[in-house]
Design a protein around this ligand. Structure first.
Ligand SMILES: Cc1ncc(COP(=O)(O)O)c(C=O)c1O
Length: 416
């Protein structure tokens, strides 16, 4: 690395950063730099500083930046037709839906939204409509979600998100959600199921909640509980899906077939798109007029997503994810052997969380900032966990370089 230290906000970025801070509603706190250009897993700011991208836009840019096949799909569709609304069919949306149905064994039909939150919102509405068609009155349409979950920010999705910090001040929240504590405990879950329950909604690995995987057998156990009680199983694979864990969707590691699966993030590889994948029981519940979106199934987003799916859903790519995963976990382990800053490194595939040791608790934000100054972009999952979600096609060299920079950044945080 030529420059060991990047100025957090160079001259070229400064003026624009100040405008951003002036004109945006302050619900975000972006790092004080302007990202300008990306290629592969490298990204540059306006001041010319180069970063290794181990964040991939929060698990979105699954094929890195400027992937030639995605660019070709984007350009070809962009030059043909950008938007029609759902009053009309377009080929890219049909082809993407067909490809998803073919790739995902349980899936019979697909609904397209524009984000993960919207896909979950559609799932919640679909669950309620199904329950209503079962003859269940509104008070018997409860959905169980889990402490530490994250399902999005609209009112229903944030209520499904069982983390009080995301609720505060937004009350009254919609009813119909109950929270199981803890996640990954079948006994606790079974105790929660009553005749009011109509569905269970869960992540396969809690991403925003701290990169917390569930134990082998848990998802199968949830499926069995749902079958035994005649309720729906909905899996939110918005962060874990599209190859991130080494299979197209993480539930496929255990061949678990939910009734509903939501996808977004890497589905569009950077284009805003979300999808609800519906199994047999619920594939035809949302009839004409029941739900919709002006932009959902946008042809440009679908064309890029289809090109991404074709490239991601291959044995070669899944082997590459497995190899890079080993390298990532080994690399984080080696950093920890030297610096002793983590108590645990957990996750699956190219989704890793490094849990900070006592002395560093609450400092994930500061450490990720320091890492950035040493030329690597990493994420946090709450205040105590550093999170790594590199592109699936990151090369061994890019990953090694990113980890070397991370080590420098973390070492700089330690007292001399
Ligand atoms: C598991 C999960 N569900 C839902 C969402 C919300 O997705 P979006 O931000 O695209 O609305 C996220 C985003 O982080 C997520 O990780």
């Amino acid at each position: 690395m030529s420059t060991p230290y990047h100025t957090p906000s160079g001259a070229a970025s400064k003026a624009l950063v100040e405008k951003g801070q002036t004109y945006f509603i302050p619900n975000y706190k972006p790092r004080e730099m302007i990202l300008d250009y990306g290629k592969g897993s490298r990204i540059w700011d306006l001041d010319g500083n180069e970063y290794m991208d181990l964040a991939a836009g929060i698990a979105v840019s699954a094929l890195g930046h400027q992937d030639p096949d995605l660019l070709a799909a984007f350009e070809a569709q962009g030059r043909k037709l950008w938007h029609t609304s759902n009053v009309f069919f377009t080929a890219p949306a049909i082809e993407l839906a067909e490809a998803l149905v073919e790739a995902v064994p349980f899936c019979e039909r697909v609904y397209f939204a524009n984000s993960g939150t919207e896909a979950n919102e559609a799932a919640i509405k679909l669950i309620r409509k199904w329950a209503s068609e079962q003859g269940r009155p509104p008070e018997k349409r409860e959905i169980i979600t889990f402490t530490g979950s994250f399902h999005g920010r609209t009112l229903a999705a944030v209520t499904a998100t069982a983390q009080p910090k995301f609720h505060a001040g937004f009350e009254p929240l919609p009813g119909g959600f109950v929270y199981c504590d803890p996640y990954d405990d079948l006994t606790a879950l079974e105790k929660m199921i009553t005749d009011k329950t109509c569905a269970i909604l869960l992540e396969t690995i809690q991403g925003e909640g701290g990169v917390k995987p569930c134990n082998p057998g848990y998802l199968k156990g949830v499926r069995e509980l749902c079958d035994r009680h005649g309720i729906l199983m909905a899996i939110d694979e918005i962060q874990t899906g599209m190859g991130r864990t080494g299979k197209l969707f993480a539930c496929m590691h255990e061949s678990v077939a939910p009734d509903i699966l939501t996808s977004a993030k890497a589905l569009g590889c950077g284009m805003p798109i979300g999808a609800l994948l519906a199994g047999k029981k619920v594939a035809e519940i949302l009839q004409f007029g029941s739900h919709g979106s002006t932009f959902g199934g946008n042809p440009v987003a679908c064309a890029v997503a289809l090109a991404g799916l074709k490239k991601i859903n291959t044995p070669q790519m899944m082997r590459h994810v497995a190899a890079m995963s080993e390298r990532l976990f080994a690399g984080l382990g080696a950093i920890n052997a030297e610096l002793g800053m983590f108590t645990e490194i957990r996750g699956q595939g190219l989704m890793a969380g490094a849990v900070l040791a006592e002395q560093w608790k609450g400092k994930a934000g500061d450490l990720s900032n320091l890492a950035r100054c040493y030329g690597v972009l990493v994420l946090i999952a709450g205040p105590d966990v550093l999170r790594f979600l590199p592109a699936l096609n990151i090369t061994a060299n890019e990953l090694d370089e990113g980890l070397a920079r991370l080590k420098q950044g973390l070492a700089a945080a330690k007292p001399a």
